[in-house]
Design a protein around this ligand. Structure first.
Ligand code: NAD
Length: 487
């Protein structure tokens, strides 16, 4: 079986999905394929009235299905069937996703789709295992902490891993007994529609997952400001997270989970295994062409091994093989849009003008589509434009240090604290540095997520509030009530 396909032969959905039904949509935002820059369709935009229809449908579906009142195991079983259908639909889903996104079709089948299905199963299992607690009080009373679902959760996802981001939001919300109104990114809306359809086929009551398409300003704002949305779960940029906080503060306070941007350091000590470290460091910025929230975009390395490590990393960077996302052999992704590739290039140029040395890459690749060469910038000062902001592209900066204190000072970013990597064979140092680093996730002698969905993910500082994945994500979809009964 080959996964490669003709992108012009794929039939793309053009509707919203509310109450288990497709809702016809008029023309919306023009869409361009990252792999070849071709205009190929448009993403409808749901206005406030349609968002309200989705929210009211979700509320009604919660009531009529009694989803949160079912035996929890029944929720688990329905979600397991849903995960099975997602896996069975892998080829179709992968094609829908690969057309508009930066995700190569081969990676989608082996990675994103398999992981999304497994995450749904993981969260489904919490339904009958996590809940309320009896707590110690005096023997004349009985104390309890009861938990219950919020009701309708408003979820908003980015374009970089559309399927797994939808899974991060839908899995825990549904398992915890909620309904969801989800808005995927206007650049990658198709796979979310498809998995919502599959949820109904799997027996999850229609109306529990509703997908409204659109942009942030119209559709996103209507979701976060809707009075009947009881909780907001957002993954995207720090700027959009901040705008959402303002909208929520203005329209009615509600709890929020915000998974935002990063500028994550990878700190390499002189005793690290050079080849293994080079692979991990390079892969973390090559993967999805650096368009990952946890991309390890700042390399901070002990001066005495810098030259050797740089040689190994640049060799890997120069060897990447590009191709369109619809070719099953493609390993290296395009950049999502013309606008974003121009932004990456502008930051790289400004950094070089400010004194950075381009050690490899540093340019748009000479081929169709939006491809940027994996880039390593040396001699980067702390005030370089390359360090100030998340670039969200395949750009790695290099800084060197003399001792551990200097390494930690360089690693600390004024704005972001999403993830960090530490490479050393010295166990004591690994633990000391892990304790000192200000980030929500630390990887030691590796960089990147495993398939251990039990580990929560979330940011320190402006990288976010709350956690996705893990037990935390399930509990974040339930509110707690303290109960004290006099006996
Ligand atoms: P983005 O913030 O531009 O958009 C994300 C989503 O929010 C989209 O669906 C968009 O339409 C919507 N949106 C934008 N403005 C909004 C507003 N004011 N109100 C409501 N919705 C709004 O981000 P992006 O370019 O799609 O994704 C890349 C960003 O996502 C990066 O910053 C990356 O670090 C971050 N990200 C974070 C994590 C994490 O776990 N921390 C994971 C993936 C991506």
């Amino acid at each position: 079986m080959t996964l490669s396909f003709d992108p012009d032969a794929i039939s793309l959905p053009h509707y919203h999905f509310i109450g288990g039904e497709t809702v016809a949509a008029s023309e919306g935002i023009a869409m361009y394929r990252p792999s070849d820059g071709a205009a190929f369709g448009d993403c409808p935009v749901a206005g406030p009235d349609l968002v309200d229809q989705a929210v009211q449908t979700a509320k009604k579906a919660l009531k009529t299905s009694n989803w949160s009142g079912l035996r929890p195991r029944d929720r688990t079983r329905a979600m397991h069937r849903w995960a099975d259908l997602i896996e069975q639909d892998a080829e179709h889903l992968a094609k829908l996703e690969a057309v508009s996104s930066t995700r190569p079709v081969g990676h989608l089948v082996a990675g994103d789709i398999a992981v999304t299905a497994e995450q749904i199963r993981f969260f489904a299992e919490f339904a009958d295992k996590e809940g309320s607690d009896l707590v110690p009080t005096s023997d004349t009373s009985l104390g309890m902490i009861m938990t219950e679902p919020y009701g309708v959760v408003g979820a908003i996802t980015p374009w970089n891993f559309p399927l797994s981001m939808a899974g991060w939001k839908l899995g825990p919300a549904l398992a915890a007994g909620n309904a969801v109104v989800l808005k995927p990114s206007e650049m990658t809306p198709f796979s979310s529609l498809r998995i919502a359809e599959l949820s109904v086929e799997a027996g999850i009551p229609a109306g529990l997952i509703n997908i409204v398409l659109g942009d942030g300003m119209v559709t996103g704002n209507a979701i976060t400001g809707h009075p009947d949305i009881s909780k907001v779960s957002f993954t995207g940029s720090t700027a959009a997270g901040s705008a959402i906080m303002q909208n929520v503060a203005r329209t009615g306070i509600k709890p929020m989970t915000l998974e935002l941007g990063g500028k994550s350091p990878q700190v390499v000590f002189a005793d690290a295994d050079i080849n293994r470290t080079a692979k991990a460091v390079a892969q973390s910025i090559i993967s999805n062409a650096g368009q990952a929230c946890v991309a390890g975009s700042r390399l901070i390395v002990a001066r005495e091994i810098a030259e050797e490590l740089i040689a190994a990393i640049t060799t890997i960077m120069r060897g990447v093989e590009t191709g369109p996302t619809w070719d099953e052999n493609t390993q290296y992704s395009p950049i999502i849009s013309q606008k974003q590739i121009e932004r990456i290039d502008t930051i790289v140029r400004a950094s070089i003008s400010a004194g950075a040395e381009c050690l490899t890459g540093g340019q748009i690749m000479d081929r169709e589509g939006y491809f940027y060469a994996p880039t390593l910038l040396g001699n980067v000062s702390q005030d370089s434009p390359a360090l100030a902001e998340e670039i969200f592209g395949p750009v790695l900066t290099l800084q060197t240090f003399e001792d551990e204190d200097e390494a930690l000072a360089l690693a600390d970013h004024p704005t972001y604290g999403l993830a960090a990597g530490v490479f050393t064979r010295d166990l004591s140092r690994a633990i000391r540095v892990t304790r000192a680093l200000q980030a929500g996730t630390i990887w030691v002698n590796r960089y990147g997520r495993s398939r251990d969905h039990i580990l929560p993910t979330g940011g320190y500082k402006s990288s976010g509030i709350g956690k996705d994945l893990g037990r935390d994500a399930y509990m974040a979809n339930r509110k707690s009530k303290s109960v004290l009964i006099d006996l």
